[in-house]
Structure formats: C-alpha cells, structure tokens
Write a protein that binds this ligand. Structure first.
Ligand code: PLP
Length: 479
C-alpha cells in the first residue's frame, strides 16, 4: 500500500482556508526567517484520497468490533456502547474540575454512589476512586498498609507474593519499600500452604494474592491463607483486576481480604489497553479507611462534599479525583445490569472459558486440568516436542483464520503458555469457530508444520522480525 506521502501531489488540498478578514502581514516583519523551517514535508492530497487512505488503513486493523479477541489477563471484552454515550453527556464532560462542590453535586453523587456500590459488591468498608490503573491501585493499597504499620510504630519489611501473581504485584510492594518474597504454588496451581506457614512472620506486612490467579484458577485455600496472614497481624491483599470471574458470586471481604484493587477498565465497561484512560479503585476494611487518599467524597445531610479532613490519609495519589469518565461508564454498567445481571456476567465468562478448555483439551495439553474461571491456560509443549511448532507459530497462524491470537508466553510459570479468555459476551457459534481453527492448526502442526511455522500468510504484513523491530525500529519515511 502506498504511503500518504507517496500519494501527495504539490498543491492538492482537502480543505480550503477562509479568506483572511484582517490585513495581511509579511511573516518577515514578526519573526526571523532563519527560525522558520521550510522543509516540513507534509503530504498534499485531496479529500477523497485522504479519506480512502485512512479508511483502508483502519480496515487492516483488528479490533473487538471486527472479530474474536481472546486475549487473556486483559479482558478485551465488548463494552456496551451505550455507556460511552452516557459518559459523553455534557453535564459530565463540561464540568470544570475546580468547580466548587455546590455546583458539582450530580457528579459527586455519582462518585459517592459508585463507591457505595463497589463496597457492597466486594464486601469492603469503603472505596477510593482516585487511582488511574490497576498497578496504580496496587500501589495505593500497599501504601495504606504501610501507613497503618507506620502509624502503629511497627516496622515490617516484607511482602509475600505467590509465584502465580501478576507481575505488577512485586513491583508495587517494592515501590513501597517492602522486600518481595515469593511463595511457591502447589501442584494444582494454588498457594503452597506449608511454604506460606514457613514464610509468615511478624516481619511480613501482608500477602498479595491475584484472584483468580494468572492461571485463571480460583484460589481454593483463601480462608486458610487469611487465617495464617491475620494470625501474625498481616493484611491480605486481593489483586481483583479480573473481577469479571467472580462478580456477584462471592465477596472478597467475606473471604478475609482486607484490601482489593479493581480494574474498571477490564471489568466495568472500559476496554483495557490502547493507552486509554483507566481507573483502579481500591477498597479496604475498616482499619485501613483512615489511610485512603484525600480528598474523600462524603455525604452530609444530602449534600456531597470533597472532604480533605483525614489527617492519617496517605495524601493524594493523583491530580484531581481520578478518571471521571471511566467511573461514569462503570456506574452506568452497574445500574443497567443490576445484581442479577452482574452475576450473569461472571456465570457466562466462566462457562465460556470452560467450554473452550474442554473442547480443546484433546488437542492441546492443560498444565492444570481443573475447572477454570474466566480464562483457561494451555501449553504448546506437545506441539514443540512432536513437530517443533511453537506457541508463537500457532498464534501467528490464528491470524490467517481471522482471529486475534490469545495471550501467549504468560503466565511465565507455564512453558509455551496459551492463555485464552473468551469473556462473557461471545456467542456459542463464535467459540465453536475459534475452537475449529485451533483444532485445524493442531492438525496442520502434525501434517504440514512448515505451513504453521511460516504463518501468517493472508495478512497485509507477513511475519515480522520481532527482535529487529524492537531493537531497531524503523518508523520514519524519508523521501
Ligand atoms: C491488568 C492487570 C494488572 C495491571 O493493571 P493496569 O491497569 O494495566 O496497571 C494487575 N493485575 C492483574 C491481575 C491484571 O490482570
């Protein structure tokens, strides 16, 4: 395909600038000519060429509106478009962030009620909506734990992290000054309780548990884990980024978790990825509420206020009050689905993942063969051993079948990992079509491995040299 620069012809325009209605002034009278570049090679094209160029580029792209996008650990799910419309209402978008409380009542009420809903759904005493992402929420949650021990004058230097945790967990612990100590997984992909008992001392501030863990498995021993952690005065932290797996089924607060961060941009109607705004609310138990970031949103006799009067707060973790437009979408999502709808979300997410797991199980090995949550993890070990076809080859071949590849080589504790998250919104026909493609590829790997190893064959760009592209990115066009 030609670049827009190659389509350029001198003098072509896509729009015309209106006649100047003030006297023209020569640029030389206001600025030194030397300072002006005269070599900015901007393309010159007509309107039709411009529109066609970008429309055809957009058609080469892949998105959830084009096809199945089973990227695990990221929940690239369909998010109802109606919630985008709601978030775009002028009352939400036109309010100045410095407008006084009395002029912001509706927006403050929305934030206050969202905090209440999240507290109810996840069984926490209170929530802050300030953090901008999952990792930012983790940092905020761990900061409240640190503040708690500082306040008590207790010095604790370690944070326990299971090896099946998300990679951001040890980073968040370390940023708060804790030494991250790894807890091993047992044979069924859960926390090794004996190892945990060995490690848990009064020098440990807490344990960060990703639940469901990065294998897509529900931690079976949470109550035992909580007893061990609480027994030595520590806090149990829940990385709830993938809460779509248990929404409405169980409440982390009831299981013994003391802190939870959510990713509204995974579970509550904002897509994850693409660098767009996110929101990582943090819920805590009563003991940690005084340490939540300020300002807090409070209600006084039917009036909503921004309350800064929390002397034991960790302070601000962000400018203003968080990514408001993501909160509006989450609010609309919760209100429109209601308790039954939210529960159905996790019912369907788990059902769909297990459907794929069972259907593909004869063709791809399962490192942990048990009921999964919202995603299932295969390993391409068999394909490597038998035909030297790697997981990356299988992923590339899926492109030829019109599917976005699932997450691969993550979680790291599974060699040649293939992590599939269908999420709750896909139809049975779509799941079947994806499984058929995966089965066909397993067959090709046996009968014609070269076909898989040289894929993709039908895309605009063939197989890229990933290493060269990362080390020596060539993104400039020179005439
Ligand atoms: C996505 C994810 C995170 C990080 O969230 P960001 O918004 O990308 O910072 C943390 N933990 C888990 C389990 C996740 O899936």
């Amino acid at each position: 395909m030609e670049l827009i620069f190659e389509k350029s012809r001198p003098g072509r325009r896509a729009s015309s600038i209106p006649q100047c209605d003030v006297p023209e002034v020569s640029i030389d009278t206001v600025i030194d000519r030397e300072l002006i570049r005269d070599n900015v090679d901007l393309p010159e094209v007509g309107e039709l060429d411009l529109i066609r160029h970008y429309t055809s580029l957009s058609r080469r792209n892949f998105g959830v509106d084009v096809g199945f996008y089973p990227l695990g650990s990221c929940t690239m799910k369909y998010n109802p478009k109606i919630n985008e419309d709601v978030a775009r209402l002028a009352g939400f978008t036109s309010l100045h962030p410095y407008a006084p409380d009395q002029f912001s009542q509706g927006n403050l009420q929305l934030m206050y009620e969202l905090q209440q809903y999240l507290s109810e759904i996840f069984g926490m005493a209170d929530f802050t909506l300030q953090p901008s992402a999952g990792a930012h929420g983790e940092l905020t949650g761990v900061m409240t734990i640190k503040k708690y021990f500082d306040k008590k004058g207790e010095l604790r230097s370690q944070m326990l992290i299971p090896d099946a945790a998300h990679g951001t967990n040890p980073a968040s612990g370390a940023l708060c000054g804790f030494q991250a100590v790894t807890v091993r997984s047992n044979d069924e992909g859960g926390v090794d309780i004996d190892h945990l008992r060995e490690l848990m001392t009064e020098d440990v501030a807490g344990l960060m548990l990703t639940n469901p863990n990065t294998l897509g498995l529900f931690e079976r021993n949470i109550e035992d884990v909580a007893t061990i952690i609480h027994g030595k005065g520590g806090f149990l932290y829940c990385d709830g980024a993938n809460a779509n797996a248990f929404l409405g089924q169980t409440r982390p607060g009831d299981l013994g978790f003391d802190v939870i961060q959510l990713n509204l941009h995974k579970t509550f109607s904002t897509p994850h990825g693409c660098g767009g705004p996110g929101s990582g609310p943090v819920g805590v138990v009563k003991d940690l509420v005084p340490h939540l970031p300020i300002p807090r949103i409070a209600e006084r006799d039917g009036t909503y206020v921004l309350d800064y009067d929390y002397p034991d707060s960790i302070g601000r973790v962000r400018a203003f009050y968080g990514n408001f437009n993501v909160m509006v979408k989450a609010y609309a999502y919760i209100r429109s689905l209601g308790p039954e709808g939210l529960k159905r979300t996790s019912d369907m997410a788990v059902l769909n993942a297990n459907y794929i797991k069972e259907k593909l199980k004869p063709y791809y090995d399962l490192p942990y063969d048990r009921i999964c949550m919202h995603e299932c993890v295969f390993t391409g070990r068999r394909q490597v051993k038998e035909n030297n076809v790697h997981t990356s080859d299988i992923a590339k071949r899926l492109l030829d079948y019109g599917f976005h590849p699932p997450t691969i080589y993550f979680p790291m504790i599974v060699p040649e990992a293939i992590m599939v998250e269908p999420n709750e919104t896909e139809s049975r026909e779509t799941l079947d079509a994806f499984c058929d493609a995966m089965i066909a590829i397993a067959k090709e790997a046996k009968e014609n491995p070269e076909l898989v190893k040289s894929a993709p064959h039908t895309t605009a760009v063939k197989r890229l040299d990933d290493v060269l592209a990362a080390r020596k990115p060539d993104v400039c066009w020179c005439p």
